[in-house]
Unconditional design. Structure first.
Length: 414
């Protein structure tokens, strides 16, 4: 740890104040492995990568982590590299966005540039690990080689070559995300996407490829490409779909959103699709739509009982926690089964979806609905799953909150 010893840690800062304790944390990381390494790494990151924020102590810490990763075994190297990828992400954000409030992702641009510089100096190590037997190491090595937007073309071509022959689907996905970041350095990006789509059979990987294709072609995107993205996104409940559809332009975006709405059976995805449709056809210019809160509504007849016997409920909660801990120790497969059943039960519960950050004046509803407005509202009436959850979306647009009332509204304004 000679490099760590030469750093004036007391003059640097991390999330908790002065960084005098970082050498001891680094020392603990250097002697750990397996699950213990993850715990020690978490202790370190609580200081120098706290909630995605980097500090002046972060660049020298990254320097030491890279040195440790060079001699780590395969499993431990994957842990080191995944943490370094997180450092790189926060460093890019710091360089791009400037100063960040502590405990918010990013940090000081100078610290971000220093971290990216440390990663760039280990280029040779990451190039070698593109050929690692471990898929996770190969994928993270590619991410670290493309950590900076100005990565040299030779390194980008090596990552592209690795992607083209990568047999592991998860690794391919991570490598493609890395290549997207530096696509300005990839000549013939459209041809690259077409070739990748021709080879790719994994739907989780085809979705981001289609997404990138549509963002590249915008309003000239092929209808088959849009249809494929819609089908893949609906199956995966991918809200990122909206970015790609917006790139199609207003007219094609509306048709594509309606196609998505008709194809969707997920109650959780139907509502955001409806939100985007309403904002489009009513030309809503308010901001803050991304500020949303969720809560589960009490089942009928149980709300009053939930307010009684709080001491008994507290005892049951403690008992349940101890029971789950016991299951985790003795019968992990039973715990997984219980958690799966809990997830299935939650899927059947009614949620209250609250748009609480919307700012700006709402447009006045027209006395007579346009053809597109009628088309959208009629689609809502015919989709029972849309009305399963409760939401304040309807009053935000001055619309009724039930299919029957909405049908009456449509008739009155036709």
């Amino acid at each position: 740890m000679s490099a760590a010893a030469g750093v004036r840690w007391g003059a640097l800062e991390h999330a908790m104040g002065r960084a005098s304790d970082v050498p001891a944390l680094l020392e603990a990381v250097s002697h750990a492995s397996g699950s213990q390494l993850r715990r020690k790494m978490n202790d370190l990151c609580d200081r120098v990568l706290h909630q995605g924020t980097i500090y002046s102590a972060s660049p020298p810490a990254v320097h030491e982590l890279i040195a440790m990763s060079a001699t780590a075994g395969a499993g431990d190297k994957a842990e080191f590299y995944s943490v370094l990828v997180e450092f790189a992400s926060s460093a890019r954000q710091a360089v791009r966005d400037g100063h960040a409030t502590p405990c918010c992702s990013g940090g000081e641009p100078a610290d971000g540039a220093a971290i990216l510089g440390e990663i760039a100096q280990a280029r040779g190590q990451f190039i070698r690990d593109l050929e690692s037997p471990e898929p996770g190491i190969r994928a993270h090595a590619g991410a670290l080689l493309t950590a900076s937007l100005d990565t040299d073309t030779a390194a980008v071509q090596l990552v592209r070559a690795r992607y083209s022959v990568e047999p592991d689907a998860t690794a391919r996905l991570l490598l493609f995300e890395s290549l997207q970041r530096v696509r300005a350095s990839i000549p013939g990006w459209r041809e690259f996407l077409a070739a990748a789509l021709a080879r790719e059979t994994d739907n989780d990987n085809r979705r981001p490829l289609r997404h990138a294709e549509i963002l590249e072609w915008n309003s000239d995107a092929a209808p088959d490409a849009v249809h494929d993205l819609i089908v893949l996104s609906v199956k995966a409940e991918a809200a990122s779909l909206f970015t790609a559809l917006h790139a199609l332009g207003p007219e094609r975006e509306l048709d594509a959103l309606l196609d998505t709405f008709h194809a969707c059976e997920s109650r959780d995805l139907l509502l955001p699709i409806a939100e985007h449709l309403l904002r489009g056809v009513f030309q809503d210019e308010r901001t803050g739509w991304e500020e949303i809160s969720f809560s589960y509504l009490a089942e009928p007849g149980k709300e009053a009982a939930a307010n009684q016997d709080w001491a008994g409920r507290m005892f049951k909660a403690i008992f349940k926690m101890l029971f789950l801990l016991l299951l985790a120790k003795l019968l992990p497969f039973l715990l997984r089964r219980k958690l799966r059943h809990a997830g299935e039960a939650n899927a059947k519960r009614v949620k209250n979806v609250e748009y609480w950050g919307v700012k700006g004046p709402a447009r006045e509803l027209p006395a007579q609905l346009s053809a597109d407005q009628k088309r959208v509202l009629e689609a809502f009436c015919n989709k029972p799953g849309l009305w399963f959850h409760r939401t304040n979306l309807w009053p935000l647009f001055g619309l009724p909150d039930s299919p029957a009332a909405l049908r009456h509204f449509i008739t009155a304004r036709s």
